[in-house]
Design a protein around this ligand. Structure first.
Ligand SMILES: CC(C)(COP(=O)(O)OP(=O)(O)OC[C@H]1O[C@@H](n2cnc3c(N)ncnc32)[C@H](O)[C@@H]1OP(=O)(O)O)[C@@H](O)C(=O)NCCC(=O)NCCS
Length: 146
């Protein structure tokens, strides 16, 4: 397997999300997002991309998103190496004496995977719960909030 940096393409992104039954975003939105990724890892096996992970952020705060290992390749530590590489990018880009914060929302039941990589569940003694809001819009442009 080969781990590639910053070469995630729309077709592979779409296919990998689909392989784990995640909804995809619109093509236009996705291409914009991939272009604005801070750092990504894709994993190639033979000629096929079988896993991915992305970091988005601004140099102070980073968010890990879209960590997917194709079901046929799960449980072989590919996900672990992806997260290690994303964290190593942040480590390299954190200046001496500085600090950076890396956050994520674990898919249900996947908390132990991230705990094994040093992430802490929130809330804890210093933080309240993580929170989020999804903004949806119908084709006719009508908004909605979930
Ligand atoms: C979660 C995921 C990225 C893990 O990648 P992976 O390559 O299968 O995981 P690894 O082989 O590196 O696992 C490392 C450790 O994490 C833990 N782990 C892995 N998958 C887990 C799961 N589904 N539930 C709980 N713990 C898990 C195990 O403790 C494992 O340790 P072990 O090797 O001693 O068993 C992968 O299973 C996946 O893509 N799942 C579907 C999409 C998804 O949920 N992504 C996470 C989004 S937040």
């Amino acid at each position: 397997m080969i781990f590639l940096e910053n070469s995630l393409q729309y077709d592979d992104y779409f296919r990998l999300r689909k392989s784990v039954n995640w909804n995809n975003y619109s093509k236009e939105q996705t291409i914009f997002a991939l272009k604005h990724t801070v750092y990504s890892i894709t994993v190639k096996n033979d000629e096929e991309i079988i896993a991915m992970g992305r970091l988005i952020g601004d140099g102070l705060y980073f968010t890990v998103v879209d960590v997917v290992v194709h079901p046929a390749f799960q449980g072989q530590r590919v996900g672990t190496v992806i997260i290690q590489k994303l964290l190593s990018f942040v480590e390299k880009n954190t200046p001496p004496g500085g600090h950076s914060t890396v956050s994520l929302i674990a898919a249900k039941g996947k908390e132990p995977f991230y705990e094994s990589l040093g992430f802490k569940r929130i809330p804890h003694e210093f933080c309240g719960s993580g929170m989020r809001k999804v903004i949806q819009k119908g084709k006719e442009g009508k908004g909605g909030f979930v």
